[in-house]
Design a protein around this ligand. Structure first.
Ligand code: BTN
Length: 280
């Protein structure tokens, strides 16, 4: 397994990076640090998580050393980012990762709304439940809010870097950068590059025109816009599916879906399936 060789990234706020062989969850550990007064820019990276968490209460598991599993602690200054816009941090990290991946491997990832990084599947297996893309990474952003201001945020990402072939039960839905690149992808290099990129994206997002610029790029890198989608809304504990076309991402990062009756629904939290033409 790779030996980590850095604890800070020059010219960034990431000057306190800890790489641990094993942890419950890097997000949980940093949320704990945040509660105890931890500073913006603290980063934890783990080779193995025993209680890794995904969105919406799911678990996130990966064999030791096969993924870059990293969490970052942020404290946006008061007035720079409202709790309503917190999801834009997820987008800023997503863009930082996909540009880092492109720089290192030439692989072009896209953002599947709201928080997945996916690659187009070159040979989708028709009629088999194949969604036409494979997930490479997922992001979990957790926010501590006080008096309608963001007090702290932990943004965590798991990137499949070195799985080799993924297990058969995941082959229709996931893949790994080493498989796509046909060579080893070094987690240290990827971690450094993405933190450099994230420094730029995060600083820009906190500027007055930052939101608008980020949204333009998010739309450009979106795998979801223009697709027919099935959205699983969660309302009062019940899951309600809606179907339509993903037509835009609004200024708060919500997905705008045009329903079959012409109504437009803004979706802020949900699971989204892309529907393939042959599956409709
Ligand atoms: C998802 O796709 O549901 C989000 C997955 C996020 C996983 C990462 S791995 C590092 C960090 N620590 C966690 O427990 N979860 C995130």
């Amino acid at each position: 397994m790779e030996i980590p060789n850095f604890d800070s990234v020059d010219r960034t706020r990431f000057s306190d990076i800890t790489w641990v062989p094993e942890i419950g969850s890097t997000n949980t550990a940093l949320l704990d640090r945040a509660r105890k007064g931890g500073s913006e820019g603290e980063v934890i990276i783990a080779d193995l998580q025993t209680q890794g968490r995904g969105r919406r209460g799911r678990t996130w598991t990966a064999p030791p050393g096969t993924s870059l599993m990293m969490s970052i602690l942020l404290r946006p200054p008061p007035g720079t980012l409202s709790p309503d816009n917190a999801s834009l941090i997820t987008s800023a990290l997503a863009i930082s990762v996909l540009t880092a991946v492109e720089e290192i491997t030439n692989i072009q990832l896209e953002v599947k709304w709201p928080n997945d990084l996916v690659v187009d599947s070159p040979d989708p297996i028709l009629g088999s439940g194949d969604p036409g893309y494979r997930k490479v990474a997922g992001i979990l952003t957790e926010t501590m809010i006080q008096q309608n201001e963001i007090e702290a945020m932990v943004v965590g990402i798991g990137i499949n870097t070195g799985w080799g072939q993924v297990p058969p039960e995941l082959q229709l839905t996931a893949t790994s950068l080493d498989v796509l690149a046909g060579s080893t992808v070094h987690r240290t290099q990827l971690a450094q590059k993405l933190l450099e990129n994230f420094e730029t994206e995060y600083a820009a997002l906190l500027e007055p025109s930052g939101k608008e610029n980020l949204l333009l790029r998010l739309r450009e890198y979106s795998a979801t816009l223009g697709k027919q989608v099935l959205v699983h809304l969660n309302e009062e504990g019940e899951t309600k599916p809606i179907k339509g076309q993903a037509i835009n991402i609004d200024e708060s990062g919500r997905l705008l879906v045009e329903l079959d009756n012409g109504d437009i629904q803004a979706v802020s939290v949900a699971d989204v399936e892309h529907l393939r033409l042959d599956a409709r």
